[in-house]
Design a binder for this molecule. Structure first.
Ligand SMILES: [Mn+2]
Length: 354
């Protein structure tokens, strides 16, 4: 936690601010480890204040007192409390989370805060792109639960299930095996509907053809993300060719990705393979960062300006989607390390026919 605060202090110094006002719940969790949607932090050069309401004050005092001055916050006294800190600390330039604040909150803040406000931009998001070993172990645990759920699902998966049955089974298995929650709304779509990358499961029985399942678990706020596509019934030659192309695109991208590589180059390796035979059928980017949020930086996309760095956790998820026919995606989640890449995802990628 101290290192994260130190990293943030460097960012606010670069901005020319003497303090930062943290209001987003994800930044609060990142900087305290406590999931209080309404918690507020004020971090100055030498001090750090955690403003927590009655519901969280006990846990905040127990867990944060060695780093933060913990203050019990009465919501009606928020700006008096903030201005008191600004005065005590002699703050005249306050950075704030401009990328994560409503217009009305901003209007109130700018009329109440007795300091010049400076937008923090993506500073906290950038810090979050490089994971610590502690964060990595939570992500690894979330993915291990996800892999286990998939292997247990395969023991019961059958053509009489509905798409919702499959989604519910996966979510049950993840929760039963230690997940705090699901990472996002589970995707389990079959037949012609599998051409929709983010389709919603229905109460219809599984259709013959591809069944794409995209799902993940959270552990202590950290997400996992994985996709596997299986076949309900036998796969014909064209389906096998499509599946093999997605797998080849993923395998080659995984082999190519390393620290120092521009994210856009990673995307291009997979995209070139798919476009050769399925031009225009891969309509999303190759991957995204994963952490306290399911989608965070860096993005593996043609437009990305980012360079892969040790500590980045990203997905590698090429897909081919043919509208009205079917679609297929295979997604792993990896850790970029100095000189190597660790793949968290252990589930089989052989084409399974149910
Ligand atoms: Mn994903």
């Amino acid at each position: 936690m101290q290192n994260r605060i130190k990293g943030l202090r460097n960012k606010i110094a670069e901005l020319g601010a003497e303090a930062v006002y943290i209001t987003s719940s994800v930044s609060h969790r990142y900087l305290t480890g406590i999931d209080n949607q309404d918690g507020i932090l004020v971090i100055t050069e030498n001090n750090a204040y955690a403003l927590e309401d009655f519901r969280y004050i006990e846990v905040a005092r127990a867990r944060l007192s060695h780093i933060y001055t913990v203050v019990e916050l009465k919501r009606s006294a928020l700006y008096d409390t903030l201005n008191g800190i600004l005065r005590d600390e002699g703050i005249s330039h306050l950075a704030f989370e401009d990328t994560n604040m409503s217009v009305s909150e901003f209007n109130i803040l700018s009329s109440k805060a007795e300091a010049k406000l400076l937008g923090l931009g993506n500073s906290v998001k950038q810090l979050r792109e490089v994971k610590t070993p502690e964060e990595v172990s939570k992500i690894a645990e979330a993915q291990a639960i996800t892999d286990l759920a998939f292997s247990k699902l395969l023991e019961v998966l059958n053509p009489n299930m509905t798409e919702n049955d499959v989604a519910a089974e996966l979510e049950y298995l993840m929760r039963k095996n230690g997940a705090e929650d699901k990472s996002f709304e589970t995707i389990a779509i079959s037949g012609a509907r599998s051409s929709m990358p983010h389709g919603t499961p229905t109460n219809n029985k599984l259709s013959r053809g591809f069944l794409t399942m995209d799902f993940g678990a959270t552990v202590d706020g950290y997400h996992s993300d994985m996709t596997r596509t299986v076949c309900i019934g036998r796969a014909d030659t064209e389906m096998k060719r499509l599946y093999d192309t997605v797998l080849k695109a993923q395998t080659e991208a995984l082999a190519f990705i390393k620290s120092g590589l521009p994210c856009s180059d990673a995307d291009r390796v997979a995209r070139d393979i798919i476009n050769k035979d399925y031009d225009g059928c891969f309509g999303h980017s190759l991957g995204h960062g994963v952490g306290l949020e399911i989608h965070e930086g860096p993005n593996l996309s043609p437009m990305s300006q980012s360079i892969l760095t040790p500590g980045n956790v990203v997905t590698v998820e090429p897909g081919i989607y043919i509208a009205g026919k079917y679609g297929c995606r295979i997604e792993d989640m990896i850790l970029v390390q100095e000189g190597s890449v660790l793949n968290f995802t252990k589930s089989t990628k052989e084409l399974i026919e149910i």
